[in-house]
Write a protein that binds this ligand. Structure first.
Ligand code: TA6
Length: 271
C-alpha cells in the first residue's frame, strides 16, 4: 500500500507498507528516511532532531548526494553534497506487482533553479524497491550537448545497537583517503570506531557488512567502487545534531564522466 502523506507543516512524504517492510520517503530529495523489515527494528538511523522542512536536509536515512559529493571542487559557497537532496522530486511510478514488494520511481530534471547551481541539463531517477531487502538505484542521464562529470553518494546512515559493538568488514587491504589527516592510508582488518572517522575507501569491489551484536547488515554495491565511512564522534556531534553513519558513494577518484545521451547508475542493495 502506498499513501501520500503530509506532516503538520505540510512537508510531503510517501508511506509504503507491504508484507515484508515499511518505509517512508520524503518528496524533498526522494529521501528515504525510514525502512523497517517486518518484525525487525529500523535499519536506518534518523536524528530525533532532524528537520522536515523545505530546503533543509533531513539528518538520517539515505540522503542522495549529487552532482557532487562533499564540497564543490571550485566553489565552496555551493551546498555541501550537491543540491539533489534539497530539491523537490516527483513520484513518477508506483508498481505494487505483488503484496511483498513495492517499487517506486522518483524523478528530478534540470530547471532554471538547478542551472544556477550546476549548468548542465540532466534527468535523475531514483528507483526504490521496498521489500525484505532495500534496493536504491540512482540513474543520471545526460540530457545536454556536452559531457559532464559527477560524484555522488547514497549517504546512508545505519542504525546500530551501540557504536562500540560495530565491526565493519569488507574493506581490508583497501586504500582510503583520510579526510581528517588529508593522507592516503591502507585499511588493515575490520573497522572498529572509537573516535571521529571520515574516510573515502577506493577499489571497493565486494559487499560490505556491518557486524552488530544482534544483526549483520549487508550492503551490496553496483556502479560504484568507493565507500564512505564516517562517524562524527562526540565533538563534531555536539557541533551538528547527534548522528552515526557510514555510506555508499562514487566519491573522489571514483568520479564518473557521462557523455551526452548516456547514463550512469549507482546502486546500493541493503539487507
Ligand atoms: O561523508 C562524510 C561527510 O562529508 C562528513 O565530512 C560530514 O560532515 C558529512 O558528510 C555530513 O554532511 P552534511 O552536509 O549532511 O552535514
Amino acid at each position: 500500500m502506498v499513501k501520500h502523506k503530509k506532516m503538520q507543516n505540510g512537508f510531503k512524504y510517501i508511506e509504503v507498507t507491504n508484507k515484508n517492510a515499511h518505509a517512508k520517503i520524503a518528496l524533498q530529495g526522494a529521501h528515504l528516511f525510514h525502512y523497517e523489515q517486518k518484525g525487525c527494528k529500523p535499519l536506518l538511523w534518523l536524528s530525533e532532531t532532524s528537520f522536515f522542512e523545505t530546503g533543509k536536509s533531513i539528518r538520517g536515512g539515505i540522503p542522495v548526494c549529487w552532482p557532487w559529493f562533499g564540497m564543490h571542487k571550485s566553489n565552496t559557497k555551493l551546498p555541501q553534497h550537491g543540491f539533489a537532496r534539497d530539491f523537490l522530486w516527483e513520484l513518477l511510478e508506483v508498481n505494487e506487482a505483488d503484496d511483498s514488494s513495492t517499487e517506486l520511481l522518483f524523478g528530478l530534471k534540470s530547471s532554471p533553479e538547478s542551472m544556477k547551481l550546476w549548468p548542465h541539463r540532466f534527468e535523475l531517477q531514483l528507483h526504490i524497491t521496498v521489500s525484505d531487502t532495500l534496493r536504491v538505484s540512482l540513474t543520471t542521464k545526460n540530457r545536454d550537448k556536452t559531457a559532464f562529470e559527477i560524484t555522488s553518494a547514497l549517504h546512508t546512515y545505519f542504525a546500530v545497537s551501540s557504536i562500540d559493538n560495530v565491526n565493519i568488514k569488507g574493506l581490508d587491504g583497501k586504500r582510503y583517503f583520510d579526510a581528517l589527516s588529508g593522507e592516503y592510508k591502507t585499511q588493515k582488518g575490520g573497522i572498529r570506531i572509537s573516535e571521529e572517522i571520515d574516510r573515502v575507501y577506493q577499489g571497493v569491489d565486494a559487499p560490505l557488512t556491518i557486524d552488530d551484536i544482534d544483526r549483520k547488515i549487508e550492503i551490496r554495491p553496483e556502479g560504484s567502487s568507493s565507500a564512505v565511512v564516517w562517524n562524527p564522534w562526540i565533538d563534531k556531534c555536539a557541533r551538528m545534531s547527534a548522528m552515526k553513519d557510514d555510506a555508499y558513494a562514487n566519491a573522489m577518484e571514483d568520479a564518473r564522466t557521462i557523455q551526452p545521451g548516456e547514463e550512469h547508475t549507482l546502486t546500493a542493495v541493503i539487507s
